[in-house]
Design a protein around this ligand. Structure first.
Ligand SMILES: [Zn+2]
Ligand SMILES: [Zn+2]
Length: 644
């Protein structure tokens, strides 16, 4: 024992001497323990499935040229059919022809062709990562060799890529411009992963190869990213890219900037952009998991540089979404949250989180998710933990996310969400006091989130007040504002805003128990307004009242509603679908109008997320608006929902 202690003292002293004399410690992305876990897990039956699937993906990629594109890439959001909002079918052999199966024709334009290159670059990055995990797991050198060749190819081309932006039509490119991609955001993300692959194969490289990759690629990357950044998720990705390069180069000065810079570093971003309730402050699951991945990669990368960023606040970023899920583990797609984000689609983040925190709640999420999805992400190997699929998901409870500003009411497997909180910044939607309803199977009253930003529907519909289950006053969008909570308890919530429409006080109250929901919306004002109370159903409703053809033309958002029919009523009426009946009681007015129609509904899922059911490939689904129009000083609408 004494001998051991002495040895430890001597070793510590030697270690101290080498650092003190300028000899740097080794940096890594995967510790010895990580590599041990990966190798052991790869021997299990589930681990073997992961490795087989990675090898299969690598083989598919190798059917096409591995030569890196020599032209600069465009923006992924341009790779969508403008008619159907779907992602084009990518074909390695057709860089200028992009097929939409719903149009049954190919599209081509500069921006679409440039976007094709962005996808090719993303696939290359995936290839590097796949090869890295297979090499880490099996030590088969041919996978390291594939990484070596591709990184050397990038090192040849990187200095020649011109700094460019999405449009390439300005003398001085926009300040978000980059080299491989049109956005520094994508470039930073590329370096975050590519540096890992480099670091893993570096011990096999010759000195001149190391020199070439570090000079032409990594140092050039630092030069670019040090001049970039931007708000919110852009900055945390920039930090992640810089941190990864800093670790790969074993350069403390770069890592210090990425972590500690008082205006833009990781620690500053964590303090200023993550709400106390654990959500990223852009207020949507999509814009939570996106920066969360950057923060997780950063925390993981800088462990070998003496930082421990796996603290309570980062852990909260993983627990918050668990408290906010619907019973099928999806989320309301608040703000610019691309529809279809769910815990299973983010499971690789929870694999890493479980590997680092060993929080049993995260293990429970792995258990629940792998009932739905196959366990194929290589990050799972880090946990070296076999997941027991017989464990059930612990049922979440009603919950108020006070700072993010939405409340979740639950009754058995049904969920109602009221959103009142902060505006969400540039990715926010004018949707105060909007609700969404999930009946245990699907979202029957959805928050539609967004489609790709390159498509007309984005600004004409999804980012407008009218496409939300709230009230539109005088045909205008709400002003960006933060509403207030009045009270919250597990069965009830009430929230208020007087800033969404100056001069109008708006209050919404929900009570949810035993399969019935009571929803009361009140607007009061000193002057007369046009109040349009909106419900967007996923199923065409039945309303047993006389309707006539009509149109809605008050604003471009109204013009997105087709097949418009109108009924003029003066009494209670009922809206029914196959799963619920909603009875409306309208106060303070003798006559009101009800409009129905058809509009763009749930968009295809983000194509970055490949789902088992192919929701990323389906066209935009229709939704069925029901608008109750009241022209008066005040509006009070009570809706009684019964679920079958
Ligand atoms: Zn199309
Ligand atoms: Zn929205």
């Amino acid at each position: 024992m004494i001998f051991k202690k002495n040895l430890l003292v001597i070793l510590t002293f030697l270690c101290y001497c080498s650092i003190a004399h300028g000899q740097k410690r080794d940096t890594y992305f995967f510790s010895r323990e990580d590599i041990q876990n990966i190798k052991e897990a790869a021997q299990t039956s589930w681990g073997k499935t992961i490795i087989d699937s990675l090898k299969a993906q690598i083989n598919v990629r190798m059917r096409h040229s591995l030569v890196v594109p020599k032209e600069e890439a465009g923006h992924l959001h341009d790779y969508f059919c403008p008619v159907h909002n779907v992602f084009f079918e990518f074909d390695w052999n057709k860089p200028t022809e992009h097929y939409c199966s719903f149009c049954d024709k190919t599209w081509s334009s500069d921006r679409i062709n440039w976007a094709w290159i962005a996808i090719a670059q993303n696939k290359n990055l995936q290839f590097l990562t796949d090869c890295m995990y297979v090499y880490l797991s099996t030590s088969e050198k041919k996978y390291a060799e594939l990484i070596r060749k591709m990184l050397l190819d990038y090192s040849d081309k990187y200095p020649n890529y011109k700094v460019h932006d999405k449009g390439r039509n300005k003398v001085v490119p926009e300040n978000y411009s980059a080299k491989i991609y049109a956005q520094s955001l994508d470039e930073a993300s590329w370096f975050s992963d590519a540096c890992r692959a480099y670091s893993v194969v570096k011990p096999l490289l010759k000195k001149n190869e190391i020199n070439k990759i570090e000079t032409n690629l990594l140092r050039e990357g630092v030069n670019l990213l040090l001049q970039r950044g931007g708000g919110g998720n852009w900055q945390v990705w920039n930090n992640s890219g810089l941190a990864a390069i800093g670790v790969a180069l074993n350069d403390n000065s770069i890592v210090n900037i990425a972590i500690e810079n008082s205006k833009v570093g990781y620690q500053h971003m964590m303090k200023t952009h993550v709400n106390k309730d654990g959500w990223w402050n852009e207020g949507s699951p999509n814009y939570h998991f996106f920066p969360l991945r950057a923060m997780l990669l950063t925390a993981d990368a800088v462990r070998s540089m003496g930082y421990n960023l796996f603290d309570e606040q980062l852990e909260k970023m993983f627990t918050a979404p668990i408290k906010g899920i619907y019973s099928d583990m999806t989320f309301p797609s608040h703000n610019d949250g691309w529809y279809g984000v769910s815990l299973p689609t983010q499971i690789k983040l929870y694999e890493v989180a479980y590997a680092r925190y060993k929080n049993p709640l995260f293990l429970n999420i792995l258990q629940a998710c792998y009932k739905i999805e196959d366990r194929l992400s290589p990050e799972a190997l880090l946990t070296n933990t076999t997941v027991d699929l017989n464990e059930e998901l612990k049922e979440p409870e009603s919950y108020l996310f006070g700072q993010t500003g939405y409340g979740v009411l639950r009754s058995k497997n049904k969920t109602v969400v009221l959103k009142y909180g902060s505006s969400g910044g540039g990715h926010g939607h004018p949707d105060k006091l909007s609700i969404s309803v999930h009946n245990g199977k699907s979202e029957i009253l959805p928050d539609l989130g967004t489609c790709a930003y390159g498509i007309p529907d984005y600004l004409n519909w999804y980012k407008r007040t009218l496409s939300h289950n709230t009230v539109v006053v005088d045909f205008k969008d709400q002003s960006p504002t933060t509403g207030q909570i009045i009270y919250f308890e597990p069965t009830s919530i009430e929230a208020f805003t007087d800033k969404a429409y100056p001069g109008v006080n708006m209050t919404r109250k929900l009570h949810f128990t035993d399969n019935s929901l009571f929803d009361e919306f009140m607007c009061t004002s000193d002057s007369i307004h046009n109040y349009d109370y909106m419900l967007l159903l996923t199923e065409e409703p039945k309303i047993e009242e006389p309707f006539v053809n009509a149109s809605l033309d008050e604003d471009i958002s109204y013009r997105q509603i087709k097949n418009v029919r109108k009924s003029t009523l003066n009494k209670n009426f009922t809206v029914s679908t196959s799963t619920e009946k909603i009875t409306f009681h309208i106060d303070n007015t003798s006559l009101f109008e009800v409009f129905t129609g058809k509009a763009p509904g749930i968009p295809p899922t983000n194509p970055d997320i490949i789902t088992k059911t192919g929701t990323e490939k389906r066209p935009v689904a229709p939704c069925y608006p029901v608008i109750i129009r009241i022209i008066d000083r005040n509006m009070r609408i009570q809706a009684n929902w019964e679920f079958f």
